[in-house]
Write a protein that binds this ligand. Structure first.
Ligand code: FMN
Ligand code: SF4
Length: 425
């Protein structure tokens, strides 16, 4: 199925988001009840697997595989962690889910709690979402008062699960799953060296499941409709729907839910979605999936928006961010802003990421000041590649994804910023 689908966002506008009766009157908690009453834990894992739910936090790791890997680990207890850090620029879809569909997230985490016999879950919510944290706490309290969190959930003896909110404090890197766990533990929010993987040594050194807000929100839907039906809202290899955030110079900015496999051209140009640019100028380029994602150019847009097709075209879905830039934007200045972001957000643990991004920024400044020579562009690329190869985490590894796309497509734009060397008298 393709096009707009109102599945995860169906509660938006349906009523008061914190009204649990409204949620329950509209399929809410049917997923948990189905899982607990009618399915074995292996059945639940099989349905998540069949759904082909690829992690919605950005890395697209299959949820079914992650859940089965955690199940295979015998150490207990296990922790359930929801990543609501949403620090990726251009991404604001988890905000909508927390605001309009809090019980969907709680239900998804509770199903995970049931599957893994976990006593406790944590949701790490971006510090800037302070008001949403307070609203979410009310949803947790209401669910608890209804017997849907706490002890003997659904009246089932021994099914105990509770959720605690932890606030982020503004660091992008704390969205990286191991940095996030360190931050929950009260340590500096720096990524851990992996392996060991978090499924084995996670929160407080215990096995831990970390999934994104949108991934958890899909779980009750999968339990309700079955893994096959969920997958069919998308494509064979990219199951379900995806929340996308269209922003930048797009005419119709906002959060949209689309079946995976929807035409990317439609998403960018049709009035139903982005509608081209607000200025009426042509789209010059689009930055997909956040600062760590690739930049794409109009000749690449005639493809379906699903994980496979985007990857084949050299693009990516990532977090679902779609930052549209019109012809008024300098690609060089844009890439410089991306590097500024990485300089600011590097946690400093690895020297190449900490220092190298600064050196890259210096070259960008030379380019902007028309003081660079073409060799500086090669140096820029070399530095980015070196940081990528030596980085301990995904932040450094993705520092130059956008830059490399930009250079491969439009090196002339970088060269045109170099100082003029007069070759005649
Ligand atoms: C620098 C960095 C920032 C990240 N920020 C987020 C984030 O804000 N939210 C998120 O869900 N995942 C984020 N991730 C991805 C997480 O590490 C992890 O893959 C994800 O939470 C797993 O959930 P999923 O499998 O459901 O996508 C980030 C990764 C990196 C490297
Ligand atoms: S790559 Fe950068 S952000 Fe990641 S651990 Fe190293 S210094 Fe920190």
């Amino acid at each position: 199925m393709q096009g707009k689908i109102n599945c995860l966002l169906k509660y938006k506008g349906l009523g008061e988001p914190l009204d649990i009766d409204m949620y329950m009157a509209n399929d809410g908690y049917k997923g948990l009840k189905t899982a607990v009453d009618n399915m074995s834990k292996d059945d639940i894992l099989d349905e998540v697997d069949k759904a082909v739910l690829l992690g919605r936090g950005g890395a697209a790791y299959p949820a079914g595989r992650k859940w089965k890997q955690l199940m295979a680990i015998n150490t207990n207890p296990k922790y359930i962690v929801c990543n609501a850090d949403e620090g990726e620029p251009g991404t604001f879809k988890d905000r909508d889910l927390i605001k309009y569909c809090p019980y969907g997230i709680i239900e998804g985490m509770t199903i995970a709690g049931y599957v893994f016999d976990s006593p406790r879950g944590f949701i790490y919510i971006r510090g800037e979402y302070r008001t949403l944290q307070q609203e979410f706490q009310k949803a947790l309290d209401t669910a608890k008062a209804k017997g849907l969190l706490g002890k003997n959930i659904l009246g089932k003896e021994g099914f105990d699960f509770d959720i605690t909110i932890v606030s982020g404090a503004g660091a992008y890197v704390c969205g990286e799953n191991s940095a996030l766990l360190n931050s929950i533990e009260g340590k500096p929010g720096r990524p851990r060296v992996k392996p060991p993987h978090l499924a084995e040594v996670g929160l407080y050194s215990l096995p831990t499941l970390v999934n994104n807000v949108e991934s958890f929100s899909c779980i009750p839907v999968i339990m309700r409709m079955g893994g096959d039906a969920f997958r069919e809202m998308g494509t064979e290899t990219s199951g379900g729907t995806k929340l996308i955030t269209i922003c930048g110079h797009a005419k119709n900015k906002g959060v949209y839910e689309v079946g995976l496999g929807t035409s990317l051209k439609d998403i960018l140009y049709s009035e139903e979605y982005g509608g081209g640019t607000a200025s009426g100028m042509p789209i010059k380029f689009v930055h997909f999936g956040g600062q760590s994602g690739p930049i794409g150019f109009p000749e690449q847009f005639d493809i379906p928006y699903d994980y496979d097709s985007m990857k084949k075209a050299g693009l990516a879905i990532g977090s679902g961010a779609i930052v549209v830039m019109d012809e008024s934007v300098s690609l060089v200045e844009y890439c410089m802003k991306v590097t500024e972001f990485f300089v600011h957000e590097s946690c400093g643990k690895c020297t190449p990421c900490r220092i190298g991004t600064e050196r890259m920024l210096e070259i960008f400044r030379k380019l902007i000041d028309r003081k660079a020579v073409p060799e500086d562009i090669d140096k820029l690329k070399e530095l980015g590649d070196m940081i990528r190869l030596t980085a301990a985490c995904g932040l450094g590894q993705a520092n130059n994804v956008a830059l490399n796309n930009a250079l491969a497509h439009s090196r002339y734009e970088f060269e045109s910023c170099c100082k003029r060397i007069e070759t005649w008298n």
